[in-house]
Design a protein around this ligand. Structure first.
Ligand code: NAP
Length: 282
């Protein structure tokens, strides 16, 4: 592949695409960014036509409302599974590689050691089921594909936990935040850079985990957010998942292994603390 690719990004109005499109352009790639109004992934003909003339398609389009998916699984499936299949078929027909974004929710959250890319998936939520079906569709329909699972994303391009904590810290004396879910807070700019580095490394087809290094709980993340802004982290009080029942079950353990990146010669994303500090200064 040449150094400068023609890249189609779907779901261009979303949080990840907000940082991915400029990162790809900075790396010298020629990007077609298409939001939902221009490219609805539930339309197979539109997906096939859009992929023509591209070397790489990055599928950022997704139904991401995890709790709503419990009561609207068919609608979520139409985007996360059928939509992924449409994009994959379009990419394969165009002779393009596909980078498809997926999630830690494909796992059951019961592990105590980081999930390997090849660990058997066992989603516990409707969102997770639809995203897993999307992974299978992508791998079946586009052999030249990367499934890039991410988790706990935050960034300038969308509402997210970090900005919510800063807003709440301005409104309340104390914040109750769950301390019994472990994960890897991941800045969209770091994930965008990872995808750029995977392109540069010409990483082989397969499943990769695009999350920060090290781990924390939501409570640990909230404390770090307040601390970075010079606020008292003791204002964040630990609570449990049971105290905040939600329609979709949350994985207790969402730490993902980066071994397949290392095997491909791609450096995994840095420690979440250093990313958070830079995000809060940007
Ligand atoms: N955010 C996280 O913490 C997280 C965690 C794990 C995995 N992921 C995965 O990472 C990827 C990017 O997530 P994100 O946070 O950037 O999500 P996002 O901000 O919700 O972006 C998804 C985009 O897809 C668009 N979309 C929805 N239905 C579509 C359709 N039928 N055709 C075309 N576009 C459609 C959405 O448009 P509308 O807004 O108009 O619906 C939105 O702009 C997704 O695959 C997601 O599953 C995210």
């Amino acid at each position: 592949m040449s150094d400068h690719l023609r890249v189609l990004v779907t779901g261009a109005g979303g949080m990840l695409a907000h940082d991915l499109v400029p990162a790809l352009r900075t790396a010298g790639h020629v990007v077609t960014a298409m939001g939902r109004d221009d490219l609805d992934v539930t339309d197979p003909d539109v997906c096939t036509a859009a992929a023509v003339g591209h070397d790489l398609v990055v599928n950022c389009a997704a139904w991401t409302r995890v709790d709503d998916a419990e009561s609207h699984e068919q609608e979520a499936f139409a985007v996360n599974a059928v939509g992924a299949a449409n994009v994959a078929r379009g990419a394969a027909d165009a002779g393009a590689r596909l980078a498809h974004l997926s999630t830690d929710y494909v796992f059951d959250g019961q592990s105590t050691i980081p999930y390997a890319a090849e660990h058997p998936p066992s989603p516990r939520s409707a969102y997770g089921r639809t995203k897993l079906a999307g992974e299978w569709a992508v791998r079946a329909l586009c052999a030249n594909s990367w499934v890039v699972r991410t988790a706990w994303l935050y960034g300038a391009g969308g509402p997210n936990f970090v900005t919510t904590m800063l807003r709440l810290a301005g409104e309340r004396d104390t914040l109750e935040v769950v301390d019994d879910q472990l994960g890897q807070p991941t800045w969209t700019r770091d994930l965008a850079d990872l995808i750029v580095r995977m392109i540069a490394a010409d990483a082989p087809a397969g499943i990769y985990h695009g999350t920060s290094s090290d781990e924390t709980t939501w409570h640990g993340l909230a404390r770090a957010v307040l601390e970075a802004r010079g606020l008292d982290p003791e204002r964040v009080r630990p609570t449990t998942t049971d105290a905040f029942p939600r329609p979709a079950p949350r994985p207790a353990y969402s730490v993902l292994s980066h071994a397949t990146l290392e095997v491909a010669g791609v450096t995994p994303i840095r420690d979440w603390r250093s990313a958070l500090a830079e995000y809060l200064q940007s």
